[in-house]
Write a protein that binds this ligand. Structure first.
Ligand code: HEC
Length: 114
């Protein structure tokens, strides 16, 4: 079937509209869900939730404060550990076990935590 050029353009425009109307279908990064994160932070609070932000195993070392940190910054940091761009023994292991959705949820949770 031969469509006039203008009809093709109209179809393309329509396809574009659909992508906007159904963002779930697009390959956008997942949106963080603070409620869902509450079931996941148990693996983080052992280190990131302690007063003074220090962990004591295997030796005393400082742990960065992530509560109230920027959402994007947390996501970037977790992906950097997962890809090996940043390295830290525990954070490497933990970040690799997280899905994109986990990272988005945890980042939203910690960014919202004061
Ligand atoms: C065993 C202790 C431990 C656990 C458990 C842990 N972290 Fe960490 N985390 C650290 C330490 C130590 C660092 C700093 C590492 C470094 O210097 O790169 C860190 C760094 C980070 C950073 C980067 C902070 C910055 O300022 O750049 C983020 C984000 C983070 N952790 C999130 C998490 C999340 C989310 C969890 C739970 C899924 C988690 N961590 C679990 C110890 C831990």
């Amino acid at each position: 079937m031969h469509l006039p050029f203008s009809a093709k353009v109209a179809r393309l425009a329509l396809a574009g509209t659909c992508a906007v109307a159904f963002p779930v279908l697009a390959a956008d990064p997942p949106k963080g869900n603070i409620e869902a994160a509450k079931a996941k932070v148990s693996m983080c609070i052992g280190c990131h939730g302690i007063p003074g932000y220090r962990a004591s195993f295997p030796e005393v070392y400082s742990v960065p404060k992530i509560a109230g940190q920027n959402d994007k910054y947390i996501q970037v940091a977790l992906r950097a550990y997962a890809t090996g761009e940043r390295t830290h023994p525990t954070m490497d292991a933990i970040s690799k076990s997280l899905s994109d959705q986990d990272i988005a949820d945890l980042a939203a949770y910690y960014a919202n935590l004061k």
